[in-house]
Design a protein around this ligand. Sequence first.
Ligand code: PEP
Ligand code: MN
Length: 338
Amino acid sequence: MFVVMRPNSAEEQVQNVVRLLSDMGARGHVITGATRSVVELLEIGNRLDRTKLERAPGVEKVLDEPAPILAADRAAGAHPLEIRLGGRATLGGRRIGVIAGPCSVESEETLLEIAVGVAEAGAVALRGGAFKPRTSPYSFQGLEEAGLQMLAHARERTGLAVVTEVMCCEHVERVQPYADVLQVGSRNMHSTPLLKAVGQQQKPVLLKRGWCATLEEFLLAAEYIIHAGNPNVILCERGIRTHEEYVRNTLALSVVPEVKRLSNLPIIVDPSHGTGRAHLVAPMSCAAIACGADGLLIEVHVDPKRAWSDGAQTLNLDEFRALMQTLPAFARAAGREA
Ligand code: PEP
Ligand code: MN
């Protein structure tokens, strides 16, 4: 059981709840978050009086299960959170935002060519991995520091915000000076130390759904980041693993309207990892925008066949430009702009 305090309730009120619990024969464990505290019942006594707890000063509600509280806090009629990515770009506002770039940063020239191409086509941010979470230890693992410098250089040249992945706590500080948005990938969505670490710094976080995670687990991962002090979380649906082998992952677009119903966090869709097939990226991008996504994350390369990772799901610049031209109609149909 969890006693959820109101935002900024007084310490005295929290201690009062702990005292009440003790009088009821239970033990309360206080978890202090950036905006509110939660008292978890570690031992449930037999004199538990739920109504008394619910009526105690400073208490918002009492829950039976741990549930996303901050991440799934959508007040009726409230606007979604509009998150500034860096520069003038935002995500979550009326205008949909497209983040694009190569799976891995490979070289200064290639990255710059891609960055200029996606910027001209209307992308708001450049995404490229310098630390790559690869399934095989024999696959290319990323250029690390050199890759980060190339990203920062591409940002200077194009004005695009930079999004790049952090795989462990140690990366958070290393990546900070170079990136505008820190990405937590699908493999690390369950890494609670990493979620806390990105929650304790101020740059927005792009949180990808774990491929085996339920929507509730996805929102609870966002909860870790918000609870640690960083409210600027952008969710990213990137497909889940199912029995289907035709596609790399099954893109679960139904979470988009569901997140919109439950939460004010922006949600974008990654049809590249979500399908694993370049020819499916454009139709699934249009579908994502049509069902209310705030944006897209798309892998783009000057020559996908030669990409060092994920070439099969990567668009070339012509394909990306063509896709960007089809999006405004879908955005308008969904009441948005592109
Ligand atoms: C990526 O975005 O390059 C990536 C590795 O994606 P995911 O974490 O969704 O597998
Ligand atoms: Mn990739």
